[in-house]
Design a protein around this ligand. Structure first.
Ligand SMILES: *Cc1c(COP(=O)(O)O)cnc(C)c1O
Length: 492
């Protein structure tokens, strides 16, 4: 299968590219993204044939449908990385929380957030391609906390790839920061920026648009790639687990083959949600994908009003920071899929030039056929965490935003899968604050981890508790003006 561009072709780039080209150079014409030329279809017979497969076998079957230009051997090695998960026989556990409520736990990998699901195999494949072509790639990542650790862990000591990861000093949780600054790997550079996430991101953006940066990379024969979810190499792995959880419901006897369900997704950059939409389009009977946001409710607004409007909006800091986003990159792939490249470009241009776009009535209705939008403020989120902790199920603040959606649709009696994007350990202070009777204290990460572990009678995973005694390897903290020089120093 080939990949095409969401905003059409500028006459300079190829009109269609292979999967490997799309993941090495993820930027398409006019600032667009790459999308598959078509989505393969799956039917009930196919789903039936998947019952009882391991997650790895299942993934292989789905990837085969896309007919990408990556050898079977490489895909096999990439998928073998799921052996690092807590239970390699059960990579994505599906927990039954209530009669019709299930949680798909996507966080049992090395950095305890769902980003590992895609970044681990993606990192292997990208490094393999770079090695094969004898090319050197630089990945630049700005993180508010989850993408950084997952990217660093994935690419550590991978050949032909270097990673520079920028985080806001003081803007992440202790656990997230420790995951980054203790990460081993000679090809990694972790840099704290004095400022907030916006400062880190804008430092990265100005770097990417600077000509002398491009020249310096060229001199060193280094190419730039990207590991965020604008890269389709991540999206493909984010379709798989949605279909897998559906099959798991059949296997468990919770639904019959082909029965309709809901999927609820905590959403920021819309990668995970897009994966669910693609799964629906491929043939999984998902009535609607329920999009959950926090007070930065740009996505729920789009679905509920048909307008995407960032004018007069300021990013709000919430207890679900991975969803503190105003420009949600993967919505573009949805717009392309629904309305085609010409309209997609028109809408994206309007967002860039005017700060908003407005769908027509028909377009808006088309979105509402597949999605519903919800958002929670922090108090509501804490309330849901507390409510379910009393029912003995612990959720992180991102996952918990989905309960509002569930509460709204549960009268339909349809089985509902919530995608759990992080383990409670990554956001322990907010979770402790929600579940303890002491709502006032500001807990440190370690106090909160221990407190929750005691209240819930649950263990802190070793990969988290060990962080506090692991040597710190990265100590660079700089002003954003000095970022370029710091990177040149690292590249040599
Ligand atoms: C990245 C992340 C999200 C948002 O995922 P998108 O695919 O960008 O929508 C939600 N929750 C957690 C914990 C995350 O790390």
């Amino acid at each position: 299968m080939n990949f095409v561009e969401t905003r059409g072709n500028d006459g300079k780039k190829a009109k269609k590219v292979t999967f490997s080209e799309a993941i090495k150079n993820p930027g398409a014409s006019f600032g667009g993204l790459y999308v598959p030329e078509y989505l393969p279809k799956i039917d009930n017979d196919f789903l039936k044939s998947c019952i009882s497969l391991s997650y790895k076998e299942f993934s292989k079957k789905i990837i085969e449908l896309f007919e990408i230009d990556i050898s079977e051997e490489v895909i096999k090695n990439a998928l073998n990385l799921y052996d690092k998960w807590d239970d390699k026989e059960n990579v994505v556990p599906l927990s039954k929380v209530e009669d019709i409520l299930f949680v798909s736990e996507l966080y049992h990998g090395p950095t305890r957030a769902f980003k590992d699901m895609a970044l681990q195999p993606f990192g292997y494949i990208l490094s393999h391609l770079a090695k094969e072509e004898n090319e050197e790639y630089l990945i630049l990542a700005a993180t508010s906390g989850d993408t950084g650790p997952a990217t660093l862990n994935s690419f550590a000591d991978k050949e032909n790839i270097k990673v520079v990861c920028i985080y806001p000093e003081g803007g992440t949780s202790d656990v997230q920061k420790l995951q980054m600054v203790t990460q081993k790997g000679d090809n990694l550079k972790v840099i704290g920026i004095n400022g907030n996430f916006d400062d880190a991101q804008s430092a990265l953006k100005s770097l990417l648009s600077s000509n002398d940066f491009k020249e310096e990379l060229q001199k060193r024969d280094i190419k730039l790639s990207a590991a965020n979810s604008v890269n389709f190499g991540r999206i493909i792995f984010q379709i798989i687990y949605h279909i897998y959880s559906y099959v798991k419901l059949i296997e468990l006897g919770e639904i019959s083959l082909g029965q309709e369900i809901y999927i609820a997704v905590p959403s920021g950059n819309f990668g995970d949600a897009l994966g669910a939409y693609y799964a629906k389009k491929m043939g999984v009977n998902i009535r609607k994908v329920l999009i959950s946001a926090n007070s930065n409710n740009i996505l729920s607004d789009l679905i509920n009003t048909g307008v995407y409007d960032i004018r007069d909006r300021k990013l709000k800091k919430t207890i679900s920071p991975a969803m503190d986003i105003l420009i949600s990159s993967n919505v573009e792939r949805l717009l392309y899929d629904k309305f085609g490249e010409v309209r997609c470009k028109e809408l994206m241009d309007s967002l860039k030039n005017n700060g908003y776009y407005k769908l027509t009535k028909d377009e808006h209705e088309s979105l509402q056929k597949d999605f519903r939008g919800y958002y929670c403020n922090d108090d509501e989120t804490k309330h849901y965490i507390s409510e379910y902790s009393v029912k003995n199920y612990l959720m992180d603040p991102h996952t918990a935003t989905c309960i509002k959606a569930y509460d709204d649709i549960k009268c339909s009696r349809r089985k509902t899968i919530i995608c759990s994007t992080a383990e409670w350990t990554k956001f322990a202070p907010a979770v402790m604050n929600a579940i303890s009777c002491d709502h006032k204290t500001k807990f440190s990460d370690i106090e909160a981890l221990e407190g929750i572990s005691e209240i819930m009678n649950t263990k802190i995973p070793k990969s988290i508790s060990n962080l506090f005694s692991t040597p710190i390897l990265h100590r660079t903290v700089i002003d954003k003006e000095n970022l370029k020089d710091e990177i040149y120093k690292f590249l040599g």
